[in-house]
Design a binder for this molecule. Sequence first.
Ligand code: SAM
Length: 275
Amino acid sequence: MSKINNQDKIVAKKHFGQNFLKDSIVLEKIIESMPNSENIVVEIGPGLGDLTNKLLKKRDVVAFEIDRDLCNILKNRFKDEIKEKRLILNCGDVLDFWKSSLIQKPYDLVANLPYYVATNIVLKALRDRNCKNILVMLQKEVAKKFAAQCGDKEFSSLAILARSAGEVKRVFDVNPNSFEPPPKVMSSILFIKKDKNLEDIDFEEFLKAAFLAPRKTLLKNLSKKYDKESIKNIFEKLNLPLNIRPHQVATSIYHQIFKLVKRMRDGSNSTKEKP
Ligand code: SAM
């Protein structure tokens, strides 16, 4: 626990992933990195409201904050904005609000995410058809995974899912000193400009199988879930070496393999999934 800005009653709650961004230069850089759009902004975890305050100068905001104590502080700090309906503040766990879409209109997600649930939140936003852009702070290692390129050792299903939804980049890194209390890890801002949604849950299952043992061959991994001979045929058709590793295969090729797996499974039954 740690005191924030001499406000004796406010202590950061570790279990909610509370590291408050106090560096005004970083806050400004996040605002400058926002995509050009008219969409409403969704902020997950407004905390003490420093980022919220800057976001409200640009757009209307819908925010979700799990911590009731912080919610009371926010209700007080943004009394006028809430009254004018420029800020809608939802108090509770964002995951409880998230059905197929988090809100019923197009939105951009801009947030300094709680790290313990950040990967899950980005994946949900990638699947959410109302989410148009994602600009979030996460642990640097996780941001690197989402932004990895084919051939990088971090290239895995997270990067493939992000790239399947749109353009992905790591915008800048943020030092622990920019937060109060400082986290133990470096952070990064990740940007995903979505032009598609991840709608096919079978594709996510297929990727899980592909990266089951990331250092083994892709053939070996996929053969655990699908018929080996059929996978070999698909590799031949796509001119893929049988010893290729999962991180060496580009996103577009994964989509081609998946299409052929599905076609063979639905058509001839020869790519039957193993029980
Ligand atoms: N946005 C603030 C900032 O930049 O200083 C706070 C960021 S802090 C890293 C993460 C925030 O997410 C905290 O306010 C925390 O209480 C909130 N939070 C954690 N888990 C949450 C959840 N499941 N749903 C909504 N908010 C959550």
